[in-house]
Design a protein around this ligand. Structure first.
Ligand code: FAD
Length: 424
C-alpha cells in the first residue's frame, strides 16, 4: 500500500483534524496532499480557489496557467459594443496567490497519469495526488480551407479573449461607413451558444451609432441558434435592415473556405467579400486534454457527472468547456458551477471533508441594446448518465423595457460576483 493510500485510509476513518491532532510530538506530519490545476480560466481558477479556501491549508494547490492575467470572454462583446473597457474584463491572479495557491506561469506540456505528474514547458515535473484540467477549447483549424493559425490576424475569431478581442474591436472601428461585417458562425457544440449573436447585437449597436450605412452578414452552418427569437426580435427592433442571417440550408451547408488576401469567404455556391471578417471556427477540447487521451472521438472529454472525474483516466478531473457536460452549455457560469462540484469531490477524496450531491446552475445573459438584456438559464443535477437539466427559464419576446433593463443590471451584478468567485 502506498503512503498516500495509507494516509487516505487514516484520514477517511478519523477525519483530517483528528488524524493530525493524534500525531505524537516529534513525529513529522505527512506532507499535505497536492492538487495541480491546469488552466486559469473560470473552471480552473474556481477549482483552485475553492479547494484552497475550503481546505484551510490542508491541501497544497498549484495553478498552472501561462498568462499573467485572464481576460474574460464573457462581457468581451460588451467591450466590442462600447459598454465596457478592456481593463474591466481582465483579472489578475494576485488574490488567488494571497490565498496560498502557488501560481506557475507556464504551459503544461504533458501528463503522466501513472507517475501522477504534470510536465511544464521548462521540463520541470509537478507531482500531484489529484489533477484538475480546465484547458478550455481549441479550434479545429483544418475544417475551413484557408483558415489556420496564420489567418487569425486578418480574420480574427475573438473567441479566446485577449489580443484577439482588441483586434476585432479595432478592425470594426477602422471599418468604413457602408462596410460589410461578415461573421462565420460555428457549428454545434461550441463555447457560449448565444455568444456569436450577442456579438452581432453589439456590433450592430456600434455601427448604428457610428457607421449607419454599414451591414452585418451572418453565415451560419446551423438552422437555428440559442435565444433565436429574442435576438431576431431585437435586431428588427433596434437595427432594422442592418443584420442579415443566413442559415446552413441557404448556404449549401455553410462556409467551406476563406481567402484572407481578398477578404472573401466561400460556400459551395457563393462567395462573400467582407471589410471585417470574424471567423469563429469549429471547436474541440483543449490540446492537453486531447493529447492525454481524455477526449473521446467527439473531441470532448467524458466525465462522471457527480465528481467531474474523467471517465477515461481515474484520478484526473475535468471542468469547463473541454467536458461533455450533458445538458449544460459551455459557459463561464457552467465552468464555475462544475468547478465547485469538482472541488468538493477532490477535498472529499483527499482529506475526507464532507461531500453532498452536487447541484449545478447556469444563466447566460445577452445584451442586445443599451439597457436591454435577454437571458436563458437552468438548474441541473448529476444523474448516473449525465448532468441533467432539472428546470429552466428563458426571456420572452415582447417583454417590457423595465424587465429587460433589470436583466441588464442583473448581468452586471453577476459579472462582478462571479469573477470574484473565480479569481478571489
Ligand atoms: C464572445 C463570448 C461571450 C461569452 N459570454 C459568456 C457569458 O455571458 N456568460 C458565460 O457564462 N459564459 C460566456 N462565454 C463562455 C465562457 O467564456 C467560457 O465558457 C469559459 O471561458 C470556459 O472556461 P474554461 O475555464 O473551461 O476555459 P477557458 O476560459 O478557455 O480557460 C482555459 C485556460 O486554460 C489555459 N490553458 C490551456 N491549455 C493549457 C495548458 N496546456 N497549460 C496551462 N494552461 C492552459 C488557457 O491559457 C486559459 O487561460 C462567452 C464566450 C465567448 C467567446
Amino acid at each position: 500500500m502506498t503512503k498516500l493510500m495509507n494516509r487516505r485510509k487514516v484520514l477517511k476513518t478519523a477525519g483530517a483534524g483528528a488524524a493530525a491532532a493524534a500525531l505524537p510530538i516529534g513525529i513529522a506530519r505527512a506532507a499535505n496532499p497536492k492538487v495541480v490545476v491546469v488552466g486559469g480560466g473560470p473552471g480552473g481558477a474556481t477549482a483552485a480557489h475553492y479547494i484552497a479556501k475550503d481546505s484551510k491549508g490542508a491541501i497544497d494547490v498549484m495553478l498552472v496557467e501561462p498568462a499573467k492575467a485572464y481576460t474574460t470572454c464573457f462581457f468581451s462583446n460588451w467591450y466590442i459594443g462600447g459598454f465596457r473597457n478592456f481593463e474591466s474584463i481582465t483579472h489578475s491572479y494576485n488574490r488567488l496567490a494571497d490565498l496560498g495557491i502557488k501560481i506557475v506561469h507556464q504551459m503544461a506540456t504533458g501528463i503522466d497519469p501513472d507517475a501522477k505528474s504534470v510536465t511544464l514547458s521548462d521540463g520541470v515535473k509537478l507531482p500531484y495526488d489529484r489533477l484538475i484540467l480546465a484547458p478550455g477549447i481549441d479550434f479545429k483549424f483544418d475544417e475551413i480551407d484557408g483558415y489556420g493559425p496564420d489567418s487569425v490576424e486578418a480574420m480574427p475569431h475573438a473567441y479566446k479573449a485577449g489580443p484577439q478581442t482588441v483586434l476585432l474591436h479595432d478592425q470594426l472601428h477602422a471599418m468604413k461607413d457602408g462596410g460589410l461585417f461578415v461573421m462565420v458562425a460555428p457549428p454545434n457544440p461550441y463555447r457560449c451558444p448565444p455568444g456569436p449573436y450577442e456579438r452581432v447585437s453589439m456590433v450592430a449597436h456600434y455601427l448604428k451609432n457610428n457607421k449607419p450605412k454599414s451591414k452585418i452578414l451572418v453565415l451560419d452552418p446551423k438552422s437555428k441558434f440559442s435565444k433565436m427569437g429574442l435576438f431576431q426580435e431585437a435586431w428588427a427592433r433596434y437595427y432594422d435592415g442592418m443584420v442579415e442571417w443566413l442559415p446552413g440550408e441557404m448556404l449549401s451547408g455553410g462556409v467551406k473556405s476563406v481567402h484572407t488576401g481578398s477578404m472573401t469567404v466561400q460556400t459551395p455556391d457563393e462567395e462573400f467579400k467582407g471589410d471585417v471578417v470574424n471567423v469563429i471556427p469549429p471547436q474541440m477540447a483543449g490540446r492537453i486534454a486531447r493529447e492525454t487521451g481524455l477526449a473521446d472521438t467527439s473531441g470532448w472529454c467524458p466525465i462522471v457527472p457527480a465528481t467531474m472525474e474523467s471517465k477515461l483516466a481515474p484520478g484526473i478531473h475535468l471542468v469547463g468547456d473541454s467536458t461533455i457536460a450533458g445538458d449544460m452549455p459551455k459557459s463561464g457560469f457552467s465552468a464555475n458551477s462544475q468547478a465547485k462540484a469538482c472541488a468538493m469531490a477532490v477535498r472529499h477524496e483527499l482529506i475526507a471533508s464532507r461531500a453532498f450531491p452536487p447541484r449545478f446552475a447556469n444563466t447566460c445573459w445577452s445584451l442586445v441594446a443599451p439597457s436591454d438584456a435577454v437571458k436563458v438559464g437552468a438548474s441541473y443535477e448529476a444523474t448516473d448518465e449525465k448532468i441533467a437539466k432539472v428546470d429552466g427559464f428563458i426571456s420572452k419576446t415582447g417583454e417590457t423595457g423595465s424587465l429587460r433593463a433589470e436583466n441588464a443590471e442583473e448581468a452586471v451584478g453577476w459579472y462582478s460576483g462571479i469573477t470574484t468567485d473565480m479569481f478571489g
